[in-house]
Design a protein around this ligand. Structure first.
Ligand SMILES: O=C(CO)[C@@H](O)[C@H](O)COP(=O)(O)O
Ligand SMILES: [Co+2]
Length: 222
């Protein structure tokens, strides 16, 4: 099942409610919320306050992509704010297994995120306990960057792993540079969830952009 996840990093912050309602009505499957602390990545963005402000205005699942140091310290806050899924970078903590367990214990879906420069081997031990693996297809920190083609191999290796291991049943998500030129290759490689920020929101018709992405991903897998 293909899922399209608009990233509000590229939305109009002065009209966040409007931009969320627009993609919800237009058929988005979930909302991707990029959380940046200015340490783990060289940029600042949203905190739990934004998540709790969005919670009452949308029924879409809220997925929080934590690009922060010491993510364990903030899991409770994001859970209380209304997150449905929390994604933690393997590079952001020496205790990734514990961080993922904390997310599950809070009753949420847990995902592990892997940077372009990090080998897949670093997450193989947590694959049996995650609901999702997010493969970064740009270096995290900013929207509007160029897709890194080399990451397709990582996506297909992950797809192979989940097909050959009975205890691994995670979704594969891609994030960064997803657009009409890149989504088909990601879908073919095995990705199921597609984050798109600038391609969706830097447009006069975000809904048409989402529909186009969904069609391209569906065509690529049939
Ligand atoms: O996590 C990130 C960036 O670090 C993303 O979720 C961006 O929001 C994706 O933006 P586009 O590459 O789609 O413009
Ligand atoms: Co993201």
């Amino acid at each position: 099942m293909i899922k399209i996840a608009p990233s509000i990093l590229s939305a109009d912050y002065a009209n966040l409610q409007r931009d969320v309602e627009l993609v919800e009505k237009g058929g988005a499957d979930l909302l991707h919320i990029d959380v940046m602390d200015g340490h783990f990545v060289p940029n600042l963005s949203f905190g739990p306050g934004v998540v709790s402000a969005l919670r009452p205005i949308t029924k879409l699942p809220l997925e929080c992509h934590l690009m922060i140091d010491a993510p364990e310290q903030y899991i409770k806050a994001f859970a209380q704010a209304g997150a449905d899924r929390i994604l933690v970078h393997v590079e952001s903590t020496p205790h990734i297994y514990r961080a993922l367990q904390m997310i599950k214990d809070a009753g949420l879906e847990a995902g592990v995120v892997i940077n372009p420069g990090t080998p897949l081997e670093l997450i193989t031990n947590v694959l049996p306990i995650v609901d999702q693996v997010l493969v970064m297809t740009v270096n995290p920190g900013f929207g509007g960057q160029v897709f890194l083609k080399g990451m397709l191999k990582k996506v297909s290796r992950l797809d192979q792993l989940r097909q050959t291991n009975y205890n691994q049943d995670f979704k594969i998500e891609v994030d960064g540079g997803i657009n009409d030129q890149t989504i088909a290759a990601c879908a073919k490689a095995g990705a199921d969830v597609f984050v798109a920020g600038s391609y969706v929101y830097d447009s006069d018709n975000p809904v048409a952009r989402m529909n186009h992405l969904r069609d391209l991903a569906a065509d690529a897998t049939h």
